[in-house]
Design a protein around this ligand. Sequence first.
Ligand code: BYC
Ligand code: FE
Ligand code: FE
Length: 483
Amino acid sequence: MSAVDYDTLIPNNVDLSSDARLKRALEKWYPQYLDWWKTVGPEGFQDCEVYLRTAVSVDRDGWAKFGFVKMPQYRWGILLAPREEGRKIAFGLHKGEAVWQEVPGEYRAMLRRLIVIQGDTEPASVEQQRYLGATAPSLYDMRNLFQVNVEEGRHLWAMVYLLQKYFGRDGREEAEALLKRRSGDPDRPRILGAFNERTPDWLSFFMFTTFTDRDGKMQLESLANSGFDPLARTTRFMLTEEGHHMLVGRTGVARVVQRSSEVMREQGITDPHDIDSVRQHGVIDLPTIQKKINFHFSVTLDLFGAEVSTNAANAFNAGIKGRFGEPRINDDHQLHDDTYPVEQIIEGELKQVNMPAISAINARLLDDYISECANIVISWNRVIAEQGFDYELQLPHRGFNRQVGEFSEHFVSPTGELITESDWVQMSTDWLPSVADGDYILSLMKPERRAGHFAPWIAPPKAGIDGKPGDFEYVRIAASSRN
Ligand code: BYC
Ligand code: FE
Ligand code: FE
């Protein structure tokens, strides 16, 4: 069924009312979720009416409805993409068999682990972004932040549904644990590295939604072809929402780059490296934007796991987690004799090594990811070139600043040279944002709350949300949140 039932406490298209046990479990979890949202979700603005979209259908067209909502009253729902009759497992050892509607016993632990890891990232990102509302550069941006936050909350619901419905008692326990871990908490951190980093300012937020939400897309795409049908259908619908998160990121960075370049041109600054002059005019210099790219990109690459991974091989063989665009790949989808080139460091040199393709699933996903990111950087460089500057932002080499995988024991410069540890210690401060860079960016983070106005370090967007005009009041700041 694809109609969404909105008459119940938990909107859903999974016929929740006919599963009393599950309904009770989710209704018990709901207050705990709300409690989590109110304690570590967006700080302030909880009483404000925000112009948000809510998913009301899973049809490709017209799935969202826009309207003013207070965030705690957002209708977080359980929405699965429509079931495809006769769907078959598309890859791995079970290729050609009917997809599973229940968890296969032999893969229970693997599935649970993947669902828990996926679920953990969603609330983590909300926690990381919790203080940003106060410094939003416009009501438009504030609304986008909150839209991303409520949808990451819904993504948590999506994983909790799977845990509660298919994993019995341990699923229930995992669902509760998802609300107990905290981003950056040394005693009970979130599971994956990048989700314990800080998102201290809006440039970080835009970098995060560009790069880290895009890892979300890649991972969800890999799960969207899962042989476990409920997981496939859940992640397919999550991908519909993900597009907006990445758009917020890509256009956010583009607007920062645009404003900086415009100001340089207007002020007659000819050298983008002249950081002091640029900063005198209250915008973010391009070299600092480059450092932010270096940081967020490298930290996100670690989220793909080791390039060569038996976990990933097992998940592929099991038919649980495929490759990006699996149905479109022209091979046997079992990888019996295939190889895949993986960049490795062999005797002090970077080399492409042909590995068994089955062990290089993560490496391949990483390559697909990097090529998408490269296109985004090209679009940012176009903005710089339009203002007449000869300066190109770049993705750092994949080995730069890595803690996981092939490069984790090595030191690699952004341009891909192998360097010594002492060189790294000296030079990495030039490549990654320094405390002073962070302080400078923070000094610019002054809120702009007049409708249609934007903080001076960022250009306005090209278009409004849902076709709204430039001066639309996307967030009605309640008296209680004014300061
Ligand atoms: N930090 O064989 P390995 C999103 C662990 S983002 C800490 O190398 P595997 C979103 C790993 O768990 C998408 N630990 O890698 C974005 C394993 O531990 P165990 C999130 C790490 O398993 C923005 C060991 O190292 N979804 O949705 O092939 C906002 C060896 O693992 C890290 C998913 O990730 C790390 N960075 O691949 C909101 C999908 N990397 O089990 C949301 C589900 C690895 O030996 N997860 N480890 O103790 C997976 O598919 C895989 O678990 C991973 C790792 C891709 C994460
Ligand atoms: Fe998400
Ligand atoms: Fe997202």
